[in-house]
Write a protein that binds this ligand. Structure first.
Ligand SMILES: Cc1cc2nc3c(=O)[nH]c(=O)nc-3n(C[C@H](O)[C@H](O)[C@H](O)COP(=O)(O)O)c2cc1C
Length: 476
């Protein structure tokens, strides 16, 4: 479905024509994620059902200037011919920018290698405030209009925008309409406000996404609160959106989009407990997913950053690492000496294989136990905990989340202070949130009982890699 080369401004499609004919009407979208939605992860995610993926955010000015001649190949490696190739489509390249000319220059470099260019209007962190991008442009509508409109008029492929909601529905809708009038051909609406970050992240507001969807004529992608497979349909029904986008859910379970009926679940040679079907979704053994990911990293020409690989492994294997602390420590000690360090990948693989043997033994020991008994309830949240050998979402307690958010922020500041690139890091959910949407996995419990108190909401926060012993990865 994806186009193989640049279209001309005269022939480029827009809105639903573009969404259907070029992107193939995707419903399952993987979010732009700094250091995490890199080519190898995209390949894995596509295999397990992702239908459209965004690159990590790229700093437009640095990409266009590329004074060090290293930023460009690191962020989007055109030379090797794999990023944006037919196997890596549909693909949207995301930029952070605050200057229409630099943005256009950067976008021109990738226009023949992706299906659209997205503008990040959502990053809420202090580094984005200082860098003057992301959600801190939310009050500069003229500038946003010019950036979008410049790409709309001068780029051979469509421009799209990903943004956060405002505190009121009215302002959110007015903003979305402005983005559409500037020329954005798809709007991704993250249902959290700019203030919902760090330990104030909370839950996304699907009502506001619905209002946006009803107000604009271009396709809308809903973002926020997708933890389990069953959340996908719930979100689509609640928002009326054309597709859902997942970030953290995808990182902890790259098969989040895979339906439980999928044939990947049936392998008579393996214990019947090895894969778990729940709420319409498939939970595959995380060690097998990790081995597949490492094989992709090793097999492609495009080099993957050590921080990306380490970040993925710690998130993916998290349900088991609390038990296998010896392997967790060994994982943490591996030094990746350079981008694409094959020796380090082999070391990671050896550890994952050891973990895999232990997980297989645990799954075998559980054979004969009904699936329902293998699934327990996470006490503070009421959400489902799968057996420790399968990929699953991660929940964490608020105080650690807050500490983690602050730690991330400080580290990011250090990176900037050292001349590194300001970027957007994870946004853990937290307190002070609006009530969860009633149909989400999170919301079902909350609404069936009572409106949750803030400290209870605080407990429904996803866990971080810190708790699994992961050295905190800083977006760099
Ligand atoms: C590791 C990580 C990196 C992220 N990097 C970006 C980014 O580069 N650009 C962006 O627009 N949002 C970024 N985000 C935000 C996500 O795209 C998404 O909007 C947010 O996490 C909410 O979705 P979720 O509830 O599915 O996690 C990032 C999130 C995570 C977890």
């Amino acid at each position: 479905m994806a186009q193989s080369g640049p279209s001309t401004p005269q022939t480029k499609l827009g809105g639903y024509d573009f969404f259907r004919k070029v992107l193939g009407s995707p419903k399952y979208v993987v979010a732009p994620m700094v250091d995490q939605s890199e080519l190898a992860w995209r390949t894995l995610s596509r295999k397990y059902g992702a239908q459209l993926i965004y690159t990590p955010m790229i700093n437009a000015r640095m990409f266009a200037q590329d004074q060090r001649k290293s930023y460009r190949p690191e962020m989007f490696d055109i030379e090797n011919g794999e990023e944006g190739a037919p196997g890596d489509r549909p693909l949207i390249v995301q930029f952070a920018a605050n200057d229409p000319d630099w943005l256009l220059k950067a976008a021109k470099i990738v226009e023949g290698h992706c299906d659209a260019v997205d503008i990040n209007l959502g990053c809420p962190q202090d580094i984005a405030r200082r860098g003057h991008y992301g959600s801190f442009l939310q009050d500069e509508w003229d500038l946003i209009y010019k950036m979008i409109n410049n790409l709309h008029k001068n780029l051979a492929i469509p421009v799209t925008a990903k943004f956060r909601v405002f505190p009121t529905v009215e302002k959110t809708v007015e903003y979305a309409k402005m983005l559409e009038s500037a020329g954005a051909q798809i709007l991704t609406c993250h249902g959290r406000t700019r203030e919902q970050r760090g330990h104030h992240s909370g839950l996304a507001d699907w009502e506001k996404i619905r209002a946006v969807k009803e107000a604009v004529s271009v396709p809308v992608i809903a973002n926020g609160n997708i933890l389990f497979h069953s959340d996908i349909e719930a979100c689509l029904a609640a928002t009326g959106a054309d597709a859902v986008m997942s970030a953290e859910g995808n990182l902890y379970n790259p098969a989040l989009f895979l339906a439980a009926s999928s044939s990947s679940l049936a392998d008579p040679a393996l214990p019947s407990t090895w894969c778990v079907a729940s709420d319409g979704g498939a939970h595959l053994p995380h060690t097998r997913l990790a081995l597949e990911y490492l094989a992709i990293v090793k097999g492609q020409k495009t080099r993957t950053k050590g921080s990306a690989v380490k970040g993925h492994l710690f998130k993916l294997l998290r349900p088991a690492l609390g038990r296998a602390t010896d392997l967790r420590d060994r994982l943490g000690r591996i030094q990746v000496k350079r981008v694409g360090d094959k020796e380090a990948w082999d070391q990671y693989e050896a550890i994952v294989r050891e973990l895999d043997e232990r997980m297989l033994a645990d799954a075998k020991a559980a054979e004969g136990t009904p699936v329902d008994e293998l699934i327990t309830v996470h006490d503070p949240t009421g959400l489902k905990l799968m057996p420790h050998w399968v990929a699953q979402p991660y929940f964490r307690a608020a105080p650690k989340a807050a500490a983690q958010a602050e730690q991330n922020e400080e580290k990011a500041e250090e990176v900037v202070a050292k001349g590194g690139e300001p970027q957007c890091a994870p946004e853990p959910a937290g307190v002070d949130a609006p009530p969860p949407p009633p149909d989400s996995a999170v919301g079902k419990r909350a609404h069936s009982e009572r409106t949750p108190e803030p400290d209870e909401l605080a407990k429904r926060v996803r866990l971080t890699q810190e708790e699994a012993g992961e050295p905190v990865a800083v977006a760099s």
